[in-house]
Design a binder for this molecule. Structure first.
Ligand SMILES: Cc1ncc(COP(=O)(O)O)c(C=O)c1O
Length: 359
């Protein structure tokens, strides 16, 4: 049988949150609650959903506009950038992959935090590069330590801001210091998948460095607050020279016509974003209060999920599944829960109480 090269066979596939249908099938549990993948519990904007139906009727026999002209124009207007400074992806996941395949040659290094979004190391390794992991400090990216991990072989540096799985953010001062001190020739990828949820005024200003024409790629997505994870659409913003190179690697027609049209409508519905933020904020306060009264440690979050350092996370995860609540185990000593609807959060807390979970 044909063998994949060593750098591919050494990889492990991405493990997504358990789908609701799978739990229903496996444990015959009715109406489980999924709090495992940081999705928007109220779903997408109703106006955006109407665009899905319209899109299905008119354009399915045609290839999509591979360049995504109209969505890029709408994003460019909203963000005050040029359409040529935007690239669309089949989720921001694909853009992570395209960036790694565009800028890494075999043996090049990419610095990233640990634990952070696992796709960074997978994409780097699949591109033949070497992932250099720098531990978090107080559950947060230690940007000074990441800078120290840079070597002459470093070509990329990934920052999730806010970080997944810990929900922490880096400040303007920390990020500015990194950008002042990092040498030229390294692409800084700032993954802002959850930036719409951030309420802290000290949040890093990545656009300032984009405008200064630095080597920066800012990633955003319609999968989180926009509630469109199933459609697979995300975008990247970078100086035009960077986008031009990435477009050489981007597969043709990587984003579909329905996703492009729906995303345009979703962008217009500011009320839906406001409502989603409010629900998240209410849920966050409720969970903080309940977790504190249960004596369960939790890391304050800037996103739509909460990281809980707990002993024996796999056991807790499995027991929660039996109670019909899907969360995400994060290694042997933590779980991550997505902030859901009020009734979903209550079910999670009720299940934790019954399991007598302690930190
Ligand atoms: C930090 C981070 N970046 C990117 C993504 C991927 O999002 P998308 O659905 O846009 O591919 C996720 C999804 O969980 C994430 O947590």
């Amino acid at each position: 049988m044909i063998k994949a090269p060593e750098h591919i066979s050494a990889l492990s596939p991405y493990m997504p949150g358990k789908p609701i249908e799978e739990l229903e099938r496996e444990l015959e549990i009715k109406n489980p609650v999924k709090l495992a993948s940081n999705e928007n519990p109220i779903g997408p904007s109703p106006a955006a959903v109407r665009a899905i139906t319209a899109g299905l009727k008119k354009t399915l026999n045609r290839y999509p506009d591979g360049s995504g002209y109209y969505l890029k124009t709408a994003l460019a207007k909203k963000l005050s950038v040029k359409p040529e400074e935007i690239i669309l992806g089949n989720g921001s996941n694909e853009l992570i992959d395209i960036a790694a395949r565009t800028f890494l040659a075999p043996g090049d290094e990419a610095v990233m935090a640990h634990p952070s979004f696992v796709v960074y190391s997978m994409a780097v390794q699949a591109a033949g590069g070497k992932a250099i992991q720098s531990p978090l400090r107080d559950y947060k990216h230690d940007l000074d330590a990441m800078l120290n991990a840079v070597t002459p072989k470093t070509k990329m540096l990934f920052i999730a801001n806010p970080n997944n799985p810990t929900g922490t953010m880096n400040t303007k001062e920390e990020f500015d210091r990194l950008m002042i001190n990092i040498r030229d020739g390294i692409l800084v990828v700032v993954d802002e998948a959850y930036y719409e949820y951030v309420m802290n005024a000290g949040y890093a200003d990545s656009f300032k460095h984009f405008r200064a024409c630095r080597n920066i790629l800012i990633l955003r997505t319609f999968s989180k607050i926009y509630g469109l994870a199933g459609l697979r659409i995300g975008y990247g913003i970078a100086p035009q020279e960077i986008i031009t190179e990435m477009n050489k690697v981007r597969p043709p027609f990587n984003t579909n016509s329905v996703a492009q049209k729906t995303a345009i409508e979703a962008l217009k519905d500011k009320g839906h974003i406001k409502k989603s933020k409010e629900i998240n904020n209410t849920g966050k306060k409720y969970l903080y209060k309940e977790l504190s009264s249960l004596g369960i440690r939790h890391v304050p979050t800037e996103a739509n999920f909460i990281y809980m350092p707990v002993a024996d996370s796999m056991n807790i995860y499995k027991n929660l599944l039996h109670a019909g609540v899907i969360v995400r185990p994060m290694g042997p000593d933590a779980i991550r829960v997505t902030i859901g609807l009020p009734e979903e959060n209550k079910r999670f807390i009720k299940a934790l109480k019954e399991l007598k979970v302690k930190s």
